[in-house]
Design a protein around this ligand. Sequence first.
Ligand SMILES: C[C@@](CO)(OP(=O)(O)O)[C@H](O)COP(=O)(O)OP(=O)(O)OC[C@H]1O[C@@H](n2ccc(N)nc2=O)[C@H](O)[C@@H]1O
Ligand SMILES: Nc1ncnc2c1ncn2[C@@H]1O[C@H](COP(=O)(O)OP(=O)(O)O)[C@@H](O)[C@H]1O
Length: 325
Amino acid sequence: MTIARTSPPAKLNLFLEIPARRDDGYHEIDTVMAAIDWRDELEIESIPQPRIELTADWLPSVESVAGELGLDAGQGRVPELLRIPTDDSNLVVRALAAFRTQFGVQTGFRVRLGKRIPAGAGMGGASSDAAHAIDCAAQIHQFDNETKVLHGIASSIGSDVPFFLADRDCQSVMAAHATGRGELLSPLGDCPSIHFVVAYPSRSLSTAGVYAQLKVPERAVSSTSFLQALGRGDRERMGQAMMNRLTGPALKILPQLNELLESLWQCGLQPCQLTGSGSACFGIAKDVEQAKEIVKRLETELQPGVLLRVAQTVPAATPIEIEPS
Ligand SMILES: C[C@@](CO)(OP(=O)(O)O)[C@H](O)COP(=O)(O)OP(=O)(O)OC[C@H]1O[C@@H](n2ccc(N)nc2=O)[C@H](O)[C@@H]1O
Ligand SMILES: Nc1ncnc2c1ncn2[C@@H]1O[C@H](COP(=O)(O)OP(=O)(O)O)[C@@H](O)[C@H]1O
């Protein structure tokens, strides 16, 4: 049976405004998302049995990730923060189940998921895994031309999932403007390559919990200025126009995020902000050298337990390697 392999990337919300609450329990959003090279690993094998099997492990190991986060992973114990569900609450399982139903596929899938992207971080790790699982399944079963149907499956799994889906017309798109509840996408062909420092504190935040704390603004800020600055590659203007409306709500739940943002700012990461509903924060560096220097400095200045990475923009949909068996 065929095996598909790919490396789902994380995302950062460079701009996030929330103009309105909707009647369906969601919010209208106005966001600019960029994919970055902080990646999970996904391997999907077609199996004759009509079921979905999933195993998930941290890379390079749970002990090493726990160590960086200052958590105890002794004697095979997986800390609460690093527990990845392997039942049908995993978005990969939900996405593949929806795919089988949609296309009437009788066979099943065996999935091996290697996690590097922290969960509950606002980095869209689970969404990216789900989108890439849909793309893998579509390639295995040769439904990859069914772009609209695949988009429908993706948006039924989560608002952020369609951003990570392969789009045959714009394979190399690194950033998109997203509206609706996040599923209406306009790819930004002119996104420059950007270097970031990303910091994940050893706490996760629930997306629904953060939205629940939000009071929608009386006058929403439009993403137009940010998009113009991004299109021109004007970092100074981009910095002035960056924002995230979920910062206040996330800080209500996790006030310590203020200190993390302050540390990024003091290190020269100006601008810096929360991504999505948090808890990860990021700043834009001038270049990769500056990003690396800042990470070194933060490693000594910050309390242990903050995961720090240098990252850069990459295409949101990663190519899939197919191995026939
Ligand atoms: C905040 C953002 C910004 O990109 O990202 P994350 O922090 O999750 O990465 C997204 O809006 C999150 O999208 P996603 O994580 O796919 O959320 P979903 O599973 O669709 O929804 C989870 C819950 O978040 C709230 N929600 C989500 C999206 C939206 N436009 N309005 C909402 O109010 C709803 O309470 C919903 O029940
Ligand atoms: N493939 C997956 N990887 C990680 N977490 C997952 C996955 N599928 C479902 N989850 C659950 O979804 C929750 C939030 O996932 P995630 O999308 O990474 O959050 P966010 O985008 O807010 O950072 C996690 O707490 C986890 O329990």
